[in-house]
Design a protein around this ligand. Structure first.
Ligand code: EPZ
Length: 432
């Protein structure tokens, strides 16, 4: 098992490059199942979640090839014969549930394991099931599997309203609707950039979707979609993570350049909060420059659906508030109890208390490096950020969580001046 050892105190200098978006690449990959022939996707990061999803997709007979050197992924579903997604793989990554919409859309049948829960709450899929039923699918639950089929072999267009708005359910129902017979209407659809990029690729394949970027999507089902070559967008959550890193460890007056950056994908709430911290932001062509302020100001935030403050940046923002002198709070409105990082930050001396759906922070006090445990993807990167501003060494254990969503993070950060290294360790024997 690997851990990251971070020695605090080194400033971030120079530049960082954002990889392709994990949460966009996964739906783009599932779209490849809707057509026969090679689908090529550029800027696909070399992440555990991408590898896991490739394994899930290959169970169907679809072939995949990923070249990490060029970040190019090619998929070919010509020989797709098996309409299943097994528990052993789906349990590793919730987004595997996209196989339900993809297989139903392509062939009118699917046997897909229900995804497991995760570190914070049950994370239901009721909206996904509701959407498939709205398109005429007959659904049974059989020993942990969703078994679905379209009477007559093809789904019919239908109307579905998502309450609450759901990124995954919107994507899953789109996968089913684009090849259904007739029109579908998706109300209160998610408008995250992941969804807009996904719809753009589907349209490039021949899908008929109107209302991109709005909360009402109109889909006219077509009989066939065509292979396509498509470029994935940069990862907005990695971008936000790097901006926070620059604000808390940059040298005032020395801008950090962050390349391959789509700043508009972060939404106004994050950008406004970031500006209020005193950090300076200069926007260039496909890049941004961030300059840390002399005095970081605490800014309370509340997570929300796009364009609200991204829940996937909530843990990282808490570390910024731990550095900024003063009292502030973060309210999480998307998930119950997405605060598993807070007890670990406590161990480092961060004065933060979870009260209901909020974490209240008294920032500005020195924090100390120590052993800490990753519990989920975004919590683990918040511990790396905390190690960067702590005194001494922080051992961030179980970084397999972090490897799900951050490509080569220790290489990127150490090339920008941070003292960080990856080492293997035996969790039961490690004396540190
Ligand atoms: C996507 O998850 C992202 N994952 C998550 O990022 C992100 O946190 C989340 O959207 C919110 O932005 C991927 O894109 C692979 P939702 P998803 O359905 O689709 C409730 C990361 O760190 N809900 O938008 O699963 C749900 O419980 C991950 O990269 C239902 O009630 O999120 C939550 O409260 C973590 N019923 C809310 O909707 C359903 O059927 C939003 O969830 C589905 C969801």
């Amino acid at each position: 098992m690997d851990k990251l050892i971070v020695r605090g105190g080194s400033p971030l200098i120079g530049e960082l490059t954002v990889s392709g978006s994990k949460n966009t690449a996964l739906p783009l990959m599932s779209a490849a199942l809707l057509t026969d022939g090679p689908v090529t996707i550029h800027h696909v990061p070399n992440l555990r979640d991408v590898t896991t999803f490739r394994r899930v997709i290959e169970v169907t007979g679809t072939t995949t090839h990923h070249d990490p050197a060029t970040s190019t992924l090619t998929l070919d579903a010509t020989n797709l014969t098996k309409y299943e997604a097994p528990y052993e793989l789906v349990k590793r990554m919730r987004a595997s549930f996209y196989m339900l919409g993809a297989l139903l859309g392509r062939g009118g049948k699917a046997k897909v394991s229900l995804p497991g829960g995760c570190a914070w709450g049950p994370r239901p899929v009721d909206l996904h099931i509701q959407g498939m039923k709205a398109l005429g699918a007959e659904i049974d639950l059989d020993r942990g599997y969703v078994v679905a089929h379209a009477p007559g072999g093809r789904l019919q267009g239908g109307r579905v309203r998502f309450e609450p708005s759901s990124v995954g359910a919107t994507i899953n129902v789109l996968l089913a609707a684009v090849l259904a017979k007739g029109e579908s209407v998706l109300e209160n659809a998610a408008i995250e950039p992941d969804v807009v990029e996904f719809c753009t690729m589907l349209r490039a394949m021949g899908a008929r979707i109107e209302g991109l970027g709005t909360r009402t999507l109109h889909v006219q089902g077509v009989d066939q979609l065509n292979p396509v070559t498509y470029s994935n967008c940069p990862d907005r959550i990695e971008l936000g993570t790097f901006m926070i890193a620059a604000a808390i460890t940059g040298v005032p007056g020395s801008p950090i350049t962050i390349r391959h950056a789509r700043i508009d994908h972060l939404g106004d709430a994050f950008l406004e909060a970031f500006a209020r911290t005193g950090a300076e932001l200069e926007i260039g062509e496909n890049l941004i420059k961030v300059t840390a302020p002399n005095e970081l100001r605490p800014v309370s935030v509340k997570t929300d659906i796009y364009p609200g403050f991204p829940t996937d940046l909530q843990a990282q923002w808490t570390v910024l508030l731990a550095k900024a002198a003063g009292n502030s709070k973060v309210r999480e409105t998307i998930y119950p109890d997405r605060f598993k990082h807070v007890p670990e930050l406590h161990r480092m001396g961060v004065n933060a208390i979870v009260v209901g759906d909020e974490v209240v922070i008294e920032g500005g006090k020195p924090i100390q490096g120590t052993n800490v445990m990753s519990t989920d993807l975004r919590a683990s990167v918040s511990l790396v950020l905390a190690g960067m501003i702590a005194e001494g060494e922080t051992h961030v254990q179980r970084v397999y969580h972090l490897d799900r969503g951050y490509e080569k993070i220790e290489e990127k950060l150490s090339a920008a001046g941070i003292d960080i290294e990856r080492v293997s360790y035996d969790e039961w024997a490690d004396p540190a």
